[in-house]
Each structure stands twice: as C-alpha cells, then as structure tokens.
Design a protein around this ligand. Structure first.
Ligand code: NOJ
Ligand code: CA
Length: 539
C-alpha cells in the first residue's frame, strides 16, 4: 500500500533552530545561516536528522521574523539566498533534511505586496489582503488610518502582520468585502504562496512548518475551507516533490492530518494535555486557554498525566497510518523545558518524550538543559518569549562560544548564571543530559518499535497518580518505559506477558519488578526512570 507520507518521516528526529540565536559566524552578534552550516556536524552528533529553521526571510523583525517583508529573500542579517542553498547542500551531505517556516497567514506591512495593496487604485495586490470594516464583523481585528484607502486592513497577530486573503467560507452577504475562496484575486494569492513553496523546494528545501495553519480562512464554514486549501497545497506537493513534508502549527493532529499535513504538533492550545504534562503555571510563557497549577513532570508529584494520555490516544488513533503527532520539547513560543528541573528530572522526562510515537522535535539548547532567562526586556516582539530565545551555550569562552562580538552587541545576552550548561561541559561528562539525549535517540533510531510508526500502549496511567508506564512495540520487539518524576517512591501493577524475557537497558537500577499473581508490581524510587526491552538493540 502506498504510504500517506514520505518514508523518511518514519525515522525523522527534528532539531528546531532559531537562527538569530544559534551560532554567529561573522562576529556581528547575531546568529546566521553560515553559522548553522558550521554546526551541522553537531546536529548530526545528536542523532537528529532533520532541522526546522524558524523564519530566515527579509523582515523588519517586529515579531522575530514572523513578519516577512520579502518572501523570496533571506534576511541580510542571516546571509543571502546562496548561503541558504549552501546550508541545504551541506545538510544533505550529512543526511540531514531542512524544512523552512512558511509564514502563510500574513505579511509584514513593509512587504511590497502590502505597499502595492495599500494604494487607492485597485491593482494585482489589492485583494492579497482583507480590506474590511470592523462595524460589519467585530470578531476580526483591523488597523485603521494607516493607508489612504477608505477601508481598514485585517491583521492576524501584531498590528504590522496584515492577514493574507485566502477568502471567506462562505462570505457574509452583508459584508461584500469578504471574497469567496474561489475568487480570482484570492486564487492569485494562493498561487503566490505556492510559488514561494516552489522557490524554496527548487533551492533544496525539504518541506515547511506552516505558521497558524488552522486559521487562514474565516467564515461560518471555515473548517471546510481550510481543509480544501491544504488539500490543494498537498496535492501540489504530491506532484511537485513527494518527498517534501508539511508540518502544521495547529495543535490538533486529527484535524491537521485530515486536512493534508504530514505532522502536527500537540502544544499549548486547542488540547489541554501538553500543558498539564509539561508546563504547569510556573512554566507558562505564552497565552493558553488552559492553565494548570502543576504538571506531571514536576518533582512535587502533584501533577497528572491522564489528561495528556487521553489527548494522545485520541490523536494517535485518528492519524494512524496517515500522518504523525509530534510532542515537542518546546519551541520559541513556550518556556524552556529545563525550567525548575535538574538533570535527573530531564532524563526522566526525555525517557518519555523522546520515545513517544510520532516525530520528535527538540528545540535548540533543550538537549543540554538550557534554561529560561528571566527578566529580559522584550526583543523583536518576543515579550515573555524572549527568555526562551537566548543564544546557544556552546562553551566557556567569550559569549559562551556563540559569537566573538563585544557582549554589548549580542542579539540577546547569554544566560548570566556562571554554572550554565554548555555543550563543551556536557560533551566531557558521560552522564550529562546531552549524552543521555544522544543515547535515547540512538536507541530510537536502532529499533523499529521506537520509531514514529512503532505501536504505543499505556500500561499504567491513573488520574493524579504516579508513575506512568507505557509500551512501544512491533510484532517481534517490545520496550517498556516507566517514569516516576515525583520525589517519592511510587508503585503500580501492570499486566505485561513474558516479563521475565525483558531486560533493563537504561535507567535507575533500583527499580524493582516482582511477579505477583500474573501481574508485575513495579516499585519506583523517587525521581527515577527505567527502560526495559525484549529483543531491542542498544547501539
Ligand atoms: C506562531 C509563531 O510560532 C509565533 O512565534 C508568531 O508570533 C505567531 N505565529 C504569528 O506569526
Ligand atoms: Ca552573524
């Protein structure tokens, strides 16, 4: 049977890079594309084989580059289009795929398309944007008084991010400025964005993470319109480059995969599980409709994993065979996963997160436990998110090895704590989080049961209880992963046939497993994890 997704996703492990903060190759204080190219061997050493690059396009950077002013041009501060092409080529030589961020929902008001569209006289670009009137539709946000046009333009996020016009499904008859999705001007925008995709695919890119993928079309029947839109782009990709992938910022995999995406993140909106698992109140950085005082992976042991597991099972069931769920370590919009957590906490957490089905995404620095930097003034529209975007900590030289610029010229300051983790320190320590991450990913890569497609079964999860135990398996290979983030001993019983054939391959030796009336009783010490396998290979 033909797969619904490119084969490489089965073994894909992504690393997300925020270009300004990864590595500065020319000493101007800002990370750049050549810097990323120089660090590809490091990405490879993590056992990652794909990169998601946050926006690297020309932009006034009022929202970290999610305000694109030229969709066909690399931002000069990051290099030029040749550098991007070279990054693709060098990455491919190492077996690393690179996907770009497609900011499909809006452009900067400094984009030429918008400048043309702002002219009073109608032209090719006028209806690339949505010129409306808040009196007709108060649920949308508009900016008044910025252009000479009578109407106002709709925005998606900040004032400077003018919404691109994919049409209304259906248009409201009382608001004639709402164009239908098949209006010739709307189709012209659709084609323009397709050309943007083609442009980068031709350059060597391997696909896109699509910003705000679920909200490009408005109207009472928006869901159908959005599905039609992404089906259209997906059909195009299937023809044009069937190896290219589409990853969505939707946070509802069932809907996103149905609409044509290959992978969708489960993050802090739409579904409550992610926040309850990883990001209780102290770690909340972005807006979310869900708040939890505690999260499961906290040592206070007051969290809950059941809510997340319910979300996960529902989503996995509905995308099975068609696409993948991704539960990322974090991203440029979230807090840092290492906030308030020590190395052991992180090992426990990664034993689950990096061995889940679907496609893992690691936010740069999370592999060394890079922390959130508190109390930073906002930078480029980051606001509270700024503290999760500070430079990568490479070593103990000037600027943590990120740049040789004068520290006052850095894009953002380095984490000030002198005991901050660095790649160099962790390289030397066999028990570091960095080496643990590598080990887990090597294990994942070497075993079919642990890859994106391997099956998943919960062996123990109960509301507000610890530990959590799950199984990954194929027909002839099984892994059991048990995690107890709580700082107290916890026990549970699991039904696991042929337990005596399993051997422990990673984790805390003190975990006991006893056979009681056909069930296995697991007693886990405070803050512990254990990985068992039957027929698994450890690399
Ligand atoms: C989601 C992006 O991840 C975020 O950083 C950005 O601010 C908004 N979309 C608007 O593009
Ligand atoms: Ca630079």
């Amino acid at each position: 049977m033909k797969k619904h997704y490119p084969e490489w996703l089965k073994k894909a492990v992504f690393y997300q890079i925020y270009p300004a903060s990864f590595y500065d190759s020319n000493g101007d204080g800002i990370g750049d594309l050549n810097g990323i190219t120089q660090k590809l061997a490091y990405v490879k050493s993590l056992n990652c084989n794909a990169i998601w690059l946050s926006p690297c396009f020309a932009s006034p950077f009022k929202d970290g580059g999610y305000d694109v002013s030229d969709f066909y041009q690399v931002a000069p501060r990051y290099g030029n289009n040749e550098d991007l092409k070279n990054l693709f080529e060098q990455a491919h030589k190492l077996g690393i795929k690179v996907i770009l961020d497609l900011v499909a929902g809006h452009s900067s008001i400094e984009c030429n398309w918008f400048k043309e569209a702002s002219k009073v006289e109608k032209n090719h670009y006028t209806n690339y944007y949505i010129w409306g009137n808040s009196a007709d539709a108060p649920q949308y946000r508009y900016i008044n008084g910025m252009t000479d046009k009578e109407e106002s333009f709709m925005i998606n996020y900040y004032y400077c991010q003018a919404a691109l016009n994919y049409g209304f499904c259906p248009p409201d008859p009382k608001a004639p400025w709402q164009l239908p999705c098949d209006h010739v001007d709307v189709i012209a925008l659709r084609e323009e964005i397709k050309n943007v995709m083609k442009f980068y695919l031709d350059m060597g890119c391997d696909g896109f993470r699509v910003d705000m993928a679920s909200s490009l079309i408005r109207g009472a029947n928006a869901a159908q319109g959005i599905k039609d839109l992404w089906q259209y782009y997906r059909n195009f990709l299937n023809e044009y480059n069937p190896e290219a992938v589409l990853v969505s910022e939707w946070s509802h995999p069932a809907k996103a995969i149905e609409a044509g995406f290959h992978v969708d993140f489960m993050v802090f909106f739409n579904l409550p599980g992610y926040s309850s698992l990883l990001r209780g109140e102290p770690y909340r950085v972005t807006w979310s409709e869900f708040t939890f005082e505690h999260s499961f992976f906290d040592q206070d042991g007051l969290g809950d994993a059941e809510l997340f597991c319910q979300d996960l099972i529902t989503q996995l069931t509905s995308v099975d065979g068609k696409g993948f769920v991704s539960v990322p370590t974090g991203n440029h919009d979230t807090g840092r996963i290492a906030q308030n957590r020590d190395t052991q906490d992180m090992k426990i957490l990664y034993s689950m997160l990096l061995l889940l089905p679907g496609v893992p995404f690691i936010y740069y620095g999370d592999e060394i436990g890079q922390d959130y930097v508190y109390n930073l003034p906002t930078k480029e529209g980051g606001y509270k998110r700024t503290g999760s975007r500070t430079p990568m900590q490479w070593d103990s030289t000037l600027n943590a090895g990120f740049s040789n610029a004068d520290p006052k010229d850095l894009y953002l300051p380095i984490m000030p704590n002198s005991d901050r983790p660095t790649v160099a320190n962790e390289e030397e320590n066999p028990d570091s989080l960095l080496n643990f991450t590598r080990k887990l990913l090597a294990l994942r890569n070497a075993n079919e049961a642990l890859d994106s497609e391997g099956k998943f079964k919960l062996l123990y999860v109960e509301k507000n209880q610890y530990p959590l135990v799950f199984e990954r398996f194929t027909a002839n290979q099984r892994f059991v992963v048990a995690v107890n983030p709580a700082n107290r001993e916890c026990e549970c019983q699991i039904a696991c046939p042929n337990w005596d054939l399993f051997k422990q391959i990673l984790g805390d030796k003190l975990v006991k497993a006893l056979d009681i009336y056909g069930a296995i009783k697991i007693i886990m010490p405070p803050k512990s994890y254990a990985i068992y396998s039957y027929n698994g290979i450890i690399d």
